[in-house]
Ligand binder design. Structure first.
Ligand SMILES: Nc1ncnc2c1ncn2[C@@H]1O[C@H](COP(=O)(O)OP(=O)(O)OP(=O)(O)O)[C@@H](O)[C@H]1O
Length: 254
């Protein structure tokens, strides 16, 4: 039996909503510690695809493989516990809690089973340490005691990333992390994601093509639920099919 070169992989993944096939037999491989962006016009099926990847939606067909195991039927909380962290298009924080408390809650929610046997004080220390590390990694150490809802929009999106990091993931699945950000905030987020791409497997949905080109090493292009092409940045940039369908004259419209 051949060993897959991929950490995370879909095989013929399909999702229908009634008569609409939102994701149509999509097979994509994600290598360890590689930044991989999924791009495509509105309605191409990108969010549905990552919802299938992370167990937030049940697949109609096909498979999701992680470290050689079939995880297609696992619910979202079990997928998360395997080390697949996920952020959402909309901010998902508790605004009246501090940044530290938000991260601590995130860390606690995915406490590994092994840690459930720790005494409460030791578990509290471990969870607090994870929360502090995550804030530091996301560039928010100085904001630990700040009430989340009083921060700028850009910092709230950074906090969301910190909350995912607090769950000690190996894979980060980020759905439009730059959405709604101004120029300066976007630049800060790109730097953060470039840094994270050095230690995590990053799966990114993003419409900002400058950001995608600055962060991702591999691109997969979806159009109308199907995978048009998947490959290294230069291959996708040079692809006639991709230019015609997506990156051509109208690319900036997305
Ligand atoms: N829960 C649902 N029920 C019915 N149709 C849905 C559902 N979720 C998504 N769709 C449809 O599936 C298609 C793919 O949507 P999806 O949100 O995955 O696209 P997308 O590429 O993420 O778009 P965007 O870039 O605008 O976020 C669209 O036609 C959408 O209307």
């Amino acid at each position: 039996m051949s060993v897959s070169p991929f950490l995370f992989e879909t095989k013929g993944l399909t999702k229908s909503f009634g008569g609409l096939i939102a994701v149509n037999a999509v097979s994509i491989g994600f290598k360890e510690c590689e930044a991989h962006a999924i791009i495509g016009p509105n309605g191409a099926g990108k969010s549905t695809f990552v919802n299938l990847l992370t167990g937030h939606l049940p697949a109609s067909g096909g498979h999701v493989m992680y470290k050689g195991s079939d995880i297609t039927r696992l619910p979202a909380h079990k997928v998360a516990r395997l080390g697949i962290g996920r952020s959402y298009q909309k901010t998902n924080i508790f605004p009246s809690f501090t940044c530290f408390e938000n991260c601590r809650l995130a860390a606690q929610s995915l406490l590994p089973h092994s840690m459930r046997f720790l005494r409460p004080a030791a578990a509290y220390r471990e969870v607090s340490a994870r929360a502090s590390e995550a804030l530091e990694r996301a560039g928010l150490a100085s904001r630990a005691g700040r009430m989340a809802g009083t921060m700028s929009y850009g910092e709230q999106r950074q906090l969301e990333i910190a909350m995912v990091l607090a769950t000690a993931p190996q894979v980060l699945v980020l759905d439009e992390p730059l959405a709604g950000m101004g120029k300066e905030e976007s630049e800060g987020m790109v730097r953060l994601l470039q840094d994270l791409a050095r230690s995590y497997t990053l799966i990114l949905i993003e419409h900002d093509m400058d950001a995608v080109f600055a962060i991702a090493k591999v691109l997969s292009v979806m159009v109308n639920g199907t995978l048009l092409e998947s490959g290294p940045l230069d291959q996708i940039r040079a692809s006639k099919a991709v230019q015609d369908a997506y990156l051509g004259d109208g690319a900036e419209a997305y």
